[in-house]
Write a protein that binds this ligand. Structure first.
Ligand SMILES: Nc1nc2c(c(=O)[nH]1)N[C@@H](CN(C=O)c1ccc(C(=O)N[C@@H](CCC(=O)O)C(=O)O)cc1)CN2
Length: 284
């Protein structure tokens, strides 16, 4: 048996179509078009490509682009000044600071400077706190993309046992919080590469989300036959991009979100959704 595809590319394209309609409605009502800002520090090729992709997506749905690119040796003060400008810019509905930042910068201090109302990534401590409290707020894009991808393929979450492998702040931790809200109602085991008996935890799960950044970490023998498996790991190797899910898992799983083409495109679509929702809130 071969797993059915959790098709992030097609789902993200459908979402962009829906968002374009919402943007058209906003502007037809006289509102300013939503604007997404990005702050990119340095020349990391992966980060450059992700930022370029975000602006291409914006053009497709009618969101204005505001791009701030700073050199790799930018100081903390220069990055914080750029944040101050976007916080004050009325054309900027929401913005992101592309991560990771160069090591000499204090990423936590940078993120704290973002106006929580313009936090398109849902990574400001106030918005992460709202996620803990179950209060409405912009949600981190990858966790939101995982939930939306499962929902749009009718993979049930209520009552499901989900094993999340990876405890990072952009994916694993907020995903655990999102999945355990009443509206999703899943039961989550949050693991990491140091978890004792990792294979046992993974095998208990109906849904496995791998976000540890360890190529091929999840092998077919670790899976419950019929599980839904989502690959969020991306490792750049000389021979190309490698995910956390071993390719042979496609024979054991019932559903597979591959890398590429699974959760990645959903991350980008959810960023647009966060910006459009902020614009709708502002217009209301
Ligand atoms: N400020 C943020 N920084 C980072 C985030 C984030 O959500 N906010 N997540 C990642 C990078 N990222 C978005 O920024 C991102 C990663 C991967 C993809 C994607 O579409 N991946 C493709 C495959 C990769 C490729 O082709 O290069 C896929 O899975 O199909 C989109 C966005 C870290 N930084």
């Amino acid at each position: 048996m071969s797993a059915r595809l959790l098709d992030g590319k097609a789902t993200a394209a459908a979402l962009r179509g829906e968002l374009a309609e919402r943007v058209a409605k906003l502007t037809a009502g006289g509102a300013r078009p939503p604007g997404l800002g990005t702050i990119l520090v340095g020349d990391d090729p992966g980060s450059r490509a992700y930022v370029a992709g975000k602006h291409r997506d914006c053009a497709q749905v009618g969101i204005a682009s505001i791009r701030v690119d700073l050199p790799a040796d930018a100081t903390q003060a220069q990055v914080e000044d750029a944040i101050g400008e976007l916080n004050a810019d009325p054309a900027c509905t929401g913005y992101i600071v592309q991560l990771p930042l160069p090591a000499h910068l204090d990423a936590g201090a940078v993120l704290e400077r973002v106006d929580p109302a313009k936090d398109a990534d849902g990574l400001h401590p106030v918005n992460l706190g709202r996620l803990v409290l179950g209060v409405d707020a912009p949600l981190p894009c990858t966790p939101r993309g995982v939930v939306e991808l499962l929902r749009r393929h009718d993979v049930p979450l209520a009552g499901a046992r989900v094993c999340v492998v990876g405890r990072g702040v952009t994916v694993g931790r907020p995903l655990g919080l999102l999945l355990t809200r009443r509206s999703e109602n899943a039961t989550v085991t949050l693991c990491h590469t140091g978890t004792q008996g990792l294979a046992w935890h993974v095998r208990e799960a109906d849904i496995v989300v791998a976000a540890a950044g360890v190529p091929g970490l999840i092998t077919p023998d670790m899976l419950r036959p019929g599980a839904a498996v989502l690959d969020v790991g991306i490792t750049r190797t000389p021979s190309g991009l490698v995910g956390d899910i071993h390719p042979d898992c496609a024979r054991t799983a019932a559903w597979l979100a591959p890398m590429p083409g699974g959760v990645g495109p959903m991350t980008r679509a959810m960023l647009l959704a966060n910006v459009v929702e902020a614009a709708e809130r502002n217009a209301a």
